[in-house]
Design a protein around this ligand. Sequence first.
Ligand SMILES: *[C@@H]1O[C@H](CO)[C@@H](O)[C@H](O)[C@H]1NC(C)=O
Ligand SMILES: *[C@@H]1O[C@H](CO)[C@@H](O)[C@H](O)[C@H]1NC(C)=O
Ligand SMILES: *[C@@H]1O[C@H](CO)[C@@H](O)[C@H](O)[C@H]1NC(C)=O
Ligand SMILES: *[C@@H]1O[C@H](CO)[C@@H](O)[C@H](O)[C@H]1NC(C)=O
Length: 199
Amino acid sequence: MALTLLGLLAVVLAISRTTVADPDILTDFITPNTSSVGAYFFTYSGLSAFYNPNPKNFTVIKASMAEFPALNGQSVSYAVLQFPPASVNPPHTHPRSAELLLVMLGTLEVGFVDTKNAIFNKTLQVGDMFVFPKGLVHFQYNRNHNQSAIAISAFGSANAGLFSVPKSVFTTGIDDNVLAMSFKTDVATVQKIEIGLKN
Ligand SMILES: *[C@@H]1O[C@H](CO)[C@@H](O)[C@H](O)[C@H]1NC(C)=O
Ligand SMILES: *[C@@H]1O[C@H](CO)[C@@H](O)[C@H](O)[C@H]1NC(C)=O
Ligand SMILES: *[C@@H]1O[C@H](CO)[C@@H](O)[C@H](O)[C@H]1NC(C)=O
Ligand SMILES: *[C@@H]1O[C@H](CO)[C@@H](O)[C@H](O)[C@H]1NC(C)=O
């Protein structure tokens, strides 16, 4: 009986693990079709514009499975983050991966919140790395009003996923009364936030 329960627990754990990490593959790599592929298939140049010292907006350039199909099954991806002066990457989570961020230009204030609602924040300089644990809410902020910032982030998933707290909560049609009660405010305030996020 105890063994059966343990066996069941192992199966449940195995199943839940596969839902939060990329699955292992049984081939060297995955190609979209059966024709042979060359080195070009494993090459991606979409991040070559990463060094933009004068970005107009906060910009994310992704190199995940969607942009770079050879990453399918390899459990890795990159993103480049460009921050104009005084810009923010709003609180968000990546459900399927930790994020390892490396600052390439400027300074960045970064932080995350754990499941006990403790905040861990730090101001990073060029060359500093910071790891945002998998699934936890985090943000980055370029407080400097005169200097852009650039960072590169590595992920342990080919498709880390994104859940933006402001957008997921305020732009997806959740009833305004539910939001007003949840945020202990009134519907007018909720609508003001919703309008701001549409622009
Ligand atoms: C096979 O996939 C490669 C890489 O995406 C693509 O360049 C090629 O055109 C595809 N061939 C066919 C027959 O679909
Ligand atoms: C970027 O910022 C400019 C103003 O500086 C704005 O006109 C434009 O719509 C913004 N682009 C995006 C994608 O938000
Ligand atoms: C961390 O956040 C607090 C506010 O919550 C702020 O006062 C402090 O300056 C931040 N520290 C760093 C190093 O960014
Ligand atoms: C940013 O620029 C403003 C105006 O040019 C200046 O007053 C301020 O001292 C600068 N701040 C920093 C941190 O360099």
